[in-house]
Design a binder for this molecule. Sequence first.
Ligand SMILES: NC(=O)c1ccc[n+]([C@@H]2O[C@H](COP(=O)([O-])OP(=O)(O)OC[C@H]3O[C@@H](n4cnc5c(N)ncnc54)[C@H](OP(=O)(O)O)[C@@H]3O)[C@@H](O)[C@H]2O)c1
Length: 304
Amino acid sequence: MKNTRIKVVMNPITRREIIGAGVAGLAAAATTKSAFANTQKPVEPLSGKANPDGRFKDKVVLITGATSGIGKTTAYAFAKEGAKVFFCGRRTNLGEANAREIQAFGGEATYVQADVTKERDVRDFVNGCVEKYGRIDIAFNNAGIESSPHTIADTSLEDWMRVMTTNATGVFLSMKYELPIMLRQKGGVIVNNASVSSHVGFATISPYNASKHAVLSLTKVAALEYTDKNIRVNSVSPGAVDTPMLRRALAAWKTDFETVSQDYPLKRIVNPEEIARTVMWLSSDDASCIIGMDVDATGGYLTK
Ligand SMILES: NC(=O)c1ccc[n+]([C@@H]2O[C@H](COP(=O)([O-])OP(=O)(O)OC[C@H]3O[C@@H](n4cnc5c(N)ncnc54)[C@H](OP(=O)(O)O)[C@@H]3O)[C@@H](O)[C@H]2O)c1
């Protein structure tokens, strides 16, 4: 019999070991053929023109890291429902193109180049939103990067600092400058983008894992400090979402959508629109009593 060796590799976005090639394929096939597979359709992207009288009419929404992926989709979704969106990212060509596209479907959006690892950039970005739109009703602190797969001993200090400074310090700095504005205007809502990696350990991604645990901690502390000031702070935890980040990570880990999705009870990769809708729900008055919570948007991973 050919190729009887079993190769075991760690899949860094799940805690499981994946048993290579044939065996993994069999396991996947057994699961996907279940008569009880989840067949609920993911939410559709909001289509057509923006509705100026939508659910977020006149709300000012600030988003960090909306040049691509979840941030971009969330910016589009808020704009479709009538919000004025003020967003950043480092890649000006993408940011300006996204703002033009939002304006083309009748939405309101402004892109500003800002790097969340730089205090001055964050301060000017947040203050720029108030100068342009007068206030910040909702802030989605989303900007983040992945780390390359290494055990702790093989992780460079540079990689550790790069990821921690973006994912953890970036959220800290964003809230540091958003909260005084929300205090001044006597209210607001903040949603931080956490991760499945905020809750459990994943081998080979210590900087990402630690940074995302920090996001949960910052969310809880902010909720305790500001709830009585009429500011609601929560987070969302995506699992595996189809974005450029996930595609880069899967390539680095030499795995694929099919293999990874088998470790989630939902048995599929989530789309960014589903995370956008979760963020919008958390930002809306429908979530008025949700305080300091993290919403598991992984497709069931954290229930295991
Ligand atoms: N995709 C997933 O499966 C998944 C799962 C769990 C959590 N998340 C979280 O979701 C968030 C968004 O990730 P994504 O999957 O949408 O990835 P993505 O497509 O790579 O988007 C990341 C965004 O963050 C921005 N960003 C990165 N570093 C920045 C910096 N220093 N300053 C300002 N903006 C910065 C990027 O813009 P520029 O490059 O233009 O700066 C980009 O707009 C991240 O916090 C990530 O950890 C994603």
